[in-house]
Each structure stands twice: as C-alpha cells, then as structure tokens.
Design a binder for this molecule. Structure first.
Ligand code: OGA
Ligand code: MN
Length: 302
C-alpha cells in the first residue's frame, strides 16, 4: 500500500499501516455532502478500516452516517446479563435501540448496559453466524479508558493472497459453519445451548473464500474460531486446517491496532477485515455505540 496522501477539497486520507487502516481528516460526519461521501466510500474500499477523530455524533447522526453505506442491520442477540434498554443514562429513541449496539463494561444495579464487558475478545467477523452478515460495522467511542481496550484489525485479502497455491486450491470449494452460540468475548447468547463440539455447531454456513461484492477480490472468510467446522472434512481434519488458516491469517504483518480516543469513529469492512479487542481495567468506564449495515450473502470466489 502506498503512503501517499489523497487530498480532495478539505478531506485527506492518511494510511495508518502497510496492512490496512487510514485516518480521514477534515470532515465532520454530522454534516456530510454526497461528494465528500463518495471520497470516503473509495477510501474505505482501498483501506478497509477508516478512522475519523474528534467527531461529535448523537445516535441519530451515527445512524444517518451509517445509512449512507446501506440499510441498518438490527443489533445482535444480547448475552444473558445485558440490559434490554441500553444505557438508561442516555435517553435514546426507539429506533436507536433497535439499531445501536452498546458495547460497554458499565453496570447499573448489577446489570451491564452493553455487551463484551471489559474482556479481551478474540478475532472475529461481526455476526458471521447470520446468513447475511453485515457489510460494515461502525464503532463510536463515547467514553474510553486511558489505556487498554485497543481494537485490532486484520486484512483478509492479504491473508488470502499470501496463502500458498496448494492451500488456495484446497479451500476453494470448502465452506465453514460459523457458531452463533457465543459472542466474541465468549459470553453465551440468550436462547443458545452451551456446547463445544464443532460437529454440533448451529449457525450459518459460508464459503471459506468469498468474493467481495464491491472490489470483486478474493478474501479469506473465517468468521470466528470457536466451534467452527468445515462440514466437507472429517472433524480432525477440519480442526487442523482451521488452525493453520487462523494462524496464517492473524499474523501481525496483516494487522493494525486502533488506540481509542474519545470521539473516534471507526468503520470497518466486515466482509474483508476481522477484528479483536484487548481487555482493559474494569475500574475505567468504556462506552461505545455501534451500528451495523446490512450485507449480502457471502458469495464463493471463482
Ligand atoms: C464490536 C467489537 C470491539 C471493541 O463492536 O463488534 O468487537 O473495541 N468491539 O469494543
Ligand atoms: Mn465485533
């Protein structure tokens, strides 16, 4: 990836690493015109993850910007000990409750206001256990700890392109079942049975190599490791191949890590980038609001 700076009117796009990610400066996302959005959409296709610092966004603004990328997807199924009403300290309207996912360690009266607590979360694609996982996720930092809780991203085009030819051929027609039962921090979702037998996994089945609907490029589509299963293979072979693909895909050289500042808005392409989060000290509050954009059914490459 080149380290050039693309300037368009007041907007500039500055790469954050060789793997993926760029800072977009000179734009107020609460007042966006169509021409500026077109530049953002192009930069997003090139860099997979965009960061906009110092944004002041209400939930309504966050939803409006997110809708530029497509219809909003509903919030995922919550874990057992998360409140239904979101953060009672922030009055939000009913539409935000349906579409804005709260990610937070804050508890009120013993109940979490959002998901994922202060735990580390492992590499994943958001809602990959759905038949049509979101195309984009947008995460806005409302309150962030002084350190910890960093979010890393991983470029799955690069992961695919750097596989050896024999492996690319071997996985070309394989699929994978993506476990719906637990979230990325390992919390059990409401209504799901607890199990750790990949052959019993409940969740969507997707191609291991997908064609990105916009760029048309191939990317590895792994989703989440726990309980993943390649149904075309015997269980032990599925495990071995998945271990190898995951080890390859999550090498540092394919990643970039976001260290949060309050009022950062980060959007990632959930089709071709995975993400994970570091844990953090539970004495600090972290409150993030996330939207997700309806995607298309993952299509096999080739
Ligand atoms: C998410 C997620 C990471 C974070 O919102 O999908 O994984 O940094 N969050 O909280
Ligand atoms: Mn996530």
């Amino acid at each position: 990836m080149s380290v050039s700076t693309i300037a368009a009117a007041s907007l500039s796009v500055k790469p954050l690493s060789d793997a993926l990610g760029a800072d977009v400066e000179g734009v107020d996302l609460a007042r966006l015109d169509d021409a500026t959005f077109a530049h953002i959409a192009r930069a997003w296709a090139d860099y997979l993850v965009l960061r906009f610092r110092a944004q002041r966004l209400s939930d309504i603004d966050l939803m409006a910007f997110s809708r530029r990328f497509g219809a909003l997807d509903r919030v995922p199924i919550r874990a057992n000990d998360v409140m239904d009403i979101g953060d009672p300290r922030i009055a939000i309207d009913a539409s935000a409750r349906e579409y804005v996912t709260i990610i937070s360690n804050v508890k009120i009266g013993g109940m979490a206001i959002g998901g994922l607590g202060n735990y580390e979360s492992s590499w994943h694609t958001d809602m990959s256990y759905n038949e049509t996982p979101p195309s984009a996720s947008l995460l806005y930092g409302i309150e962030v700890p002084p350190s910890g809780g960093d979010t890393s991203f991983c470029n799955m085009y690069l992961a695919y392109d750097t596989l050896d030819a024999a492996t690319r051929e071997r996985i070309a027609n394989l699929t994978c079942i993506h476990d719906a039962s637990r979230n990325s921090s390992g919390e059990l979702r409401r209504g799901f049975a607890d199990h750790d037998d990949p052959a019993k996994t409940v969740g969507a089945r997707h191609p291991l190599v997908r064609r990105h609907p916009v760029t048309k490029r191939a990317c590895l589509f792994l989703g989440r490791r726990r309980n993943a299963f390649i149904p075309e293979l015997p269980p032990d072979e599925s495990e071995r191949l998945l271990d190898r693909l995951w080890k390859h895909a999550t090498q540092d050289r394919f990643t970039w890590t976001q260290q949060w500042q309050q009022h950062d808005l980060v959007i990632w392409d959930n089709r071709c980038a995975m993400h994970r989060r570091d844990g953090f000290d539970d004495r600090y509050a972290r409150v993030m609001h996330r939207t997700q954009v309806v995607g298309t059914k993952p299509e096999r490459f080739g």
